[in-house]
Ligand binder design. Structure first.
Ligand SMILES: Cc1ncc(COP(=O)(O)O)c(C=O)c1O
Length: 362
């Protein structure tokens, strides 16, 4: 009888809760209003020829490389950052190798590393979810082949400093260090450029968040020229579809749109943090387009809170199942009109939400 590989048979299933998302989408860290009008115009103008041909990645890679001020040979366009993570796991992890992650963090590092048959070594973030370089360095072994760090991290919004990341890259020259900058636009600091000095460093970016193109699936992976040929050997030649490729030059050309959106999100983040503080709700200061808040002390509390917000038309993400996140929800931010709706629903919910009283408030 046909059986999947052992690593696949024992892999936990991952189902992002996408079904029935009616309401304001503050649950997946997407752009809540969508992409630049230039991207939409480009999509509307796609012709038969563009769809009939196999998509050619290289000319668009050259444009994106130019935008990011890296060489085209150092950059790959991927089917979202998810494919970049998958690619690194395929290229660097043999069964039994170790993949180091800090937790809580983005789920797909663990899933792709496990699917490759690697052992996942999880390093808990500090008590306040701060990044602990010493703890990460202590867990590096001869078998460590991949270290994946989301910077800013999801779901905490916390960051590692460039010094932290350089120290890790130096401590594990035999491991690929992925710095996943999916939320770069909201933070502004990057490790791009450092890949010239660290042959084991990879930096990922996405068009799914600030750019509002999660449905088109486009990401970027940048690494040292020494390593990129190995990745080009494993990547599918047609991994990014023609519609996404046509739109990317328009997306990067409209930086005014991105900057405007980012500014609104940063204002919204300050307003939400203020509201949570006033209500005595513990939250973790964030450098991304979301805030993690502890609304109760149990999974039942966070589920009830998310449900109450849903009945008021606002979707937030229950993160209780993440390590150390019992009773927590993650709330994505958007522009002014969405923030007004969010704050209104939050105030109403907090007025009625009984489990929040007492111990759960800080
Ligand atoms: C840290 C991080 N990396 C990657 C992704 C996925 O990005 P993409 O849509 O480009 O695959 C997410 C999405 O939530 C994320 O939070």
């Amino acid at each position: 009888m046909l059986r999947a590989r052992e690593a696949v048979r024992t892999l936990p299933s991952y189902y992002p809760p996408l079904a029935g998302r009616q309401g304001l989408r503050l649950d997946f860290n997407e752009n809540t209003v969508g992409c630049s009008p230039r991207v939409l115009d480009c999509l509307r103008s796609l012709n038969l020829e563009q769809l009939a041909r196999y998509p050619e990645r290289e000319p668009v890679e050259a444009k994106v490389a130019d935008f990011l001020a890296v060489a085209a040979s150092e950059l790959l366009l991927t089917n979202g950052v998810d494919e970049a993570i998958h690619l690194l796991c395929q290229a660097y992890l043999d069964p039994g190798d170790e993949a180091l992650i800090v937790v809580p963090t983005y789920s797909m590092y663990r899933i792709y590393a496990m699917a490759a048959g690697a052992k996942v070594v999880s390093v808990p973030l500090g008590e306040r979810f701060q990044f602990c370089t010493n703890a990460v360095c202590d867990r590096i072994t001869d078998r460590t082949r991949l270290i994946a760090i989301a910077n800013p991290n999801n779901p905490t919004g916390a960051v590692a400093t460039p010094q932290d990341l350089r120290r890790i890259a130096t401590s594990a020259p035999h491991a690929a260090l992925l710095v996943d900058e999916a939320y770069f636009e909201f933070y502004g600091q990057t490790m791009l450029g450092a890949h010239h000095n660290f042959p084991n460093l990879f930096v990922a970016r996405t068009f799914s968040k600030a750019y509002g193109m999660a449905g088109l699936r486009a990401g970027v992976l940048v690494g040292n020229t020494e390593q990129m040929p190995s990745l080009r050997r494993v990547i599918s030649p047609y991994n990014v579809n023609a519609a996404a490729l046509a739109c990317l030059p328009q997306a990067i050309a409209d930086q005014t749109y991105i900057q405007q959106y980012v500014n609104e999100v940063l204002e919204a983040r300050a307003l939400l943090e203020r509201e949570l503080r006033i209500n005595g709700i513990h939250f973790w200061p964030s450098q991304a387009n979301f805030v993690l808040a502890r609304v109760g002390s149990s999974a039942a509390d966070s589920a009830a809170f998310a449900q109450q917000m849903r009945t008021r038309g606002i979707l937030v993400r229950d993160r209780s199942s993440d390590p150390g996140c019992e009773g927590c929800v993650r709330i994505t931010l958007g522009p002014e009109a969405h923030t007004a709706k969010l704050l209104k629903a939050l105030q109403e919910t907090l007025r009625e939400f009984r489990p929040l009283q007492g111990a759960s408030r800080s």
